[in-house]
Design a protein around this ligand. Structure first.
Ligand SMILES: CSCCC(=O)C(=O)COP(=O)(O)O
Ligand SMILES: [Zn+2]
Length: 212
């Protein structure tokens, strides 16, 4: 491994570890769910690699075996006994489509509820809420639709739907009764987007109850 890649890998693992601890403290990784990834640099144009959480780990624990590097097809790029997240192919597709630098996936009660509540329209509508500005949409009357796609146990079946439904304005996508993927140009922005989505989903859910 080149010196550049090694340095970048260490920096990215440290950043991911900090995010992982923070999200675990918020209860965002119930039952080993969720996964995180960040791009590493130093690759030829047209190819890329990223660090991703190892599959099935207790994401509340910090160990030397929490992350590994994979290429754009999701295959490990160094010898390891770790398995990349079972959902790595979804990360690959989101990197390809958006050019983003970090992707965070969590399961929460609110994101799962709204993904079912609005399944028929295949999107969660959010209207005029200030926190939409977290997505760099500055219109006070903004209306956004957060896409919802089918959830399948067979992850490769999810990937084409993710590709079709990605909306370049909206840095996130919901998997039905599963969880959210949120991304940004770096870890700071991906976290900001994820926090905003979770706030908005709770808002939408509570408003739906009040209107009943
Ligand atoms: C126990 S949760 C089911 C798998 C899942 O949805 C998830 O987010 C975690 O999978 P991983 O392979 O990344 O640990
Ligand atoms: Zn998941």
């Amino acid at each position: 491994m080149s010196d550049i890649l090694l340095e970048d890998k260490q920096r990215v693992y440290r950043e991911l570890d900090a995010v992982k601890s923070d999200f675990a403290a918020r209860g965002w990784f119930p039952g080993t769910s969720g996964n995180l990834s960040m791009r590493v640099g130093g690759f030829e144009p047209g190819s890329f690699a990223f660090a991703v959480t190892a599959s099935g780990k207790d994401k509340a624990a910090s160990t030397p075996e929490d992350f590994l590097l994979v290429d754009q097809s999701g295959a490990p790029i160094e010898a390891t006994r770790l398995k990349p997240s079972a959902e790595t192919l979804i990360h690959c597709e989101i990197y390809r489509q958006t050019g983003c630098g970090a992707i965070f996936h969590i399961h929460s009660v609110f994101n799962s509820i709204v993904s079912e509540l609005f399944w028929e329209r295949r999107a969660v509508p959010v209207e005029g809420v200030e926190l939409i500005k977290a997505f760099n949409i500055w219109d006070e009357e903004a209306v956004i639709d957060v896409p919802i796609v089918s959830n399948f146990a067979d992850i490769p079946r999810i990937v084409p739907e993710v590709k079709d439904r990605l909306d370049k304005r909206i840095p996130g996508i919901l998997l039905r009764k599963h969880g959210i993927y949120a991304w940004g140009r770096d870890a700071f922005e991906a976290r900001k987007h994820l926090e905003a989505f979770e706030f908005l989903f709770e808002y939408v859910y509570r408003m739906a109850l009040l209107k009943r």
